[in-house]
Design a protein around this ligand. Structure first.
Ligand code: CAA
Length: 260
């Protein structure tokens, strides 16, 4: 794995780090491919319970690489946009809790990458937004869909139509962020959040994520059926046997799960 994208694992928590600060972590095609590979590895590895996405202390990511895109035509972008979707879907598809730790700018593709996480902690001076309209395009890495599902259609339209920057306080108020912290505390707080899942019931966590994410895109009856099937499926796991037996014998919250 290149230095531009690293997957660092400590005590069950993986950090997926983008490190191209001099270009504000602009997500070029190479970085996108490396994020996709890192996301698939994080999904696959049994020694990883949860994932922190970060761009470091200064910037999360200022978007897809505009300099790389500037001279592309339709045919090239049709292929490249499929790859960026593959990359972001790989991140959103990590079947484990994923948190974005946001310092500085999370704009365009950077904001869209943060939207692939399950929750978002940010610095009080973080700046989010979808400024693609100012480039004569629209968000192309899931922003029109994931932002809308998170903050609702009118807020998403206002943000995407205007391309304006959204400050951290406002982002927190509208549900685009989940917690604001002093800049130096964002990453440690995200790691702490991720740590709670180490030794957790891996399959139940994955089922909860799947039920919520799949259910968000379907009608209520279908969503309820997805939940019911996943719930019943967990009765085939060792963790649910351990969890319920531990409750009956020792009271709540004492189960030691195996992840099987
Ligand atoms: N692509 C390529 N390079 C970028 C970049 C991007 N998205 N964002 C910043 N950079 C580069 C700058 O060109 C500059 O490089 P050089 O030093 O080589 O000139 C370097 O990063 C530092 O940036 P600035 O000098 O612009 O820093 P600033 O502090 O003055 O401004 C900023 C910061 C407001 C974030 C500004 O850089 C900016 O507006 N960036 C672009 C934001 C944007 O439009 N993002 C959307 C991209 S399109 C997209 O993401 C499509 C999609 O949905 C998939």
């Amino acid at each position: 794995m290149s230095d531009l994208v690293r997957l660092e694992v400590t005590d069950g928590v993986a950090t997926l780090r983008i490190d191209r600060p001099e270009q504000l972590n602009a997500l070029n095609a190479d970085i996108q491919a490396r994020i996709a590979a890192a996301a698939r590895e994080a999904d696959r590895r049994d020694d990883i319970a949860a994932v922190v996405l970060t761009g470091g202390d200064k910037v999360f990511a200022a978007g897809a690489d505009v300099k790389e895109m500037a001279d592309l035509g339709y045919a090239e972008m049709a292929a490249q946009s499929a790859r960026i979707h593959e990359c972001f879907n790989a991140v959103a598809g990590i079947a484990k809790p994923v948190i974005a730790a946001i310092n500085g700018y999370a704009l365009g593709g950077g904001c869209e990458l943060a939207l692939c996480a399950d929750v978002r902690f940010a610095a009080q001076n973080a700046t989010l937004g979808q400024p693609e309209i100012k480039l004569g395009v629209i968000p192309g890495a899931g922003g029109t869909q994931r932002l809308t599902r998170l903050v609702g259609p009118s807020r998403a339209k206002e943000i995407i139509f205007s391309g304006r920057f959204v400050g951290a306080e406002e982002a927190l108020r509208i549900g685009l962020l989940d917690r604001l912290l002093p800049a130096t505390e964002v990453y440690p707080a995200a790691v702490e959040w991720a740590k709670q899942f180490v030794g957790g019931p891996r399959l139940a966590l994955s089922a909860a994520k799947q039920a919520i994410d799949l259910g968000a895109g379907v009608d209520l009856a279908t969503g309820l059926e997805i939940e019911r099937q996943l719930f019943a499926g967990l009765f085939a796991t060792e963790d649910r046997t351990v969890g319920m037996r531990s409750f009956v014998e020792n009271g709540p919250g004492k189960a030691r799960f195996t992840g099987r």
